[in-house]
Design a protein around this ligand. Structure first.
Ligand SMILES: [Fe+2]
Length: 188
């Protein structure tokens, strides 16, 4: 097995231990969306897609929302911490140094993007939030927080990614109403 594939297995095993119920599916679903957006995405991008939220799987080291007044500051700390947790895991799997550096860089900027690769990762992550996470997030957090989080996620999507989210359907009419409001408010 290639080192990169062993690293993917290790990342999946770590994220399987997350207390956030949507995390394991979100990791693979983000990878699937990445490959949908760019079928030629390389090893570094694929590893970053799978591992970008690894911070949430580490109960001791994970960044806590309650410690931050500002949501963007919380997200930046989450991304930075994820890269720090990930680096020794990749090194232990003997992933090549240049790939390790690029994966950690991508994870560190996955919330904001800024270059073609990290923009792809940000889109895949954001689409996957709507595709998989939102219903579970709503169950846990309720209408107001889910709408705030969703509007934040929708606004950071590229125009191409918005097209995918605009077509998402939920069985629950309340969630459909929430998505309609987010799309309506998010385009202005
Ligand atoms: Fe994510």
């Amino acid at each position: 097995m290639r080192n990169v594939d062993r690293a993917k297995q290790k990342i999946r095993a770590v994220i399987a231990g997350s207390r956030v119920p949507e995390d394991p599916r979100h990791a693979d679903n983000t990878l699937e969306w990445l490959l949908h957006l760019d079928p030629d995405a390389g090893d570094a991008l694929q590893l970053a897609a799978l591992a970008h939220d690894i911070d949430r799987a580490d109960d001791v080291r994970k960044v806590k929302r309650a410690d931050y007044d500002d949501y963007d500051a919380f997200k930046a700390a989450h991304a930075r911490n994820g890269a720090e947790i990930l680096r020794p895991i990749l090194n232990a799997c003997d992933v090549a140094g240049d790939i390790v550096d690029e994966v950690c860089r991508l994870v560190e900027v996955h919330e904001v993007g800024g270059d073609p690769c990290s923009d792809l990762l940000k889109d895949a992550d954001s689409i996957s939030y709507f595709d998989g996470n939102l219903p579970l997030y709503y169950q846990r957090e309720g209408w107001a927080e889910t709408k705030r989080r969703s509007l934040w996620g929708y606004r950071r999507l590229s125009a191409r990614a918005k097209e995918f989210v605009n077509k998402i359907c939920y069985q629950d009419e309340t969630l459909m109403q929430l998505l309609r409001e987010v799309i309506h408010e998010g385009i202005h």
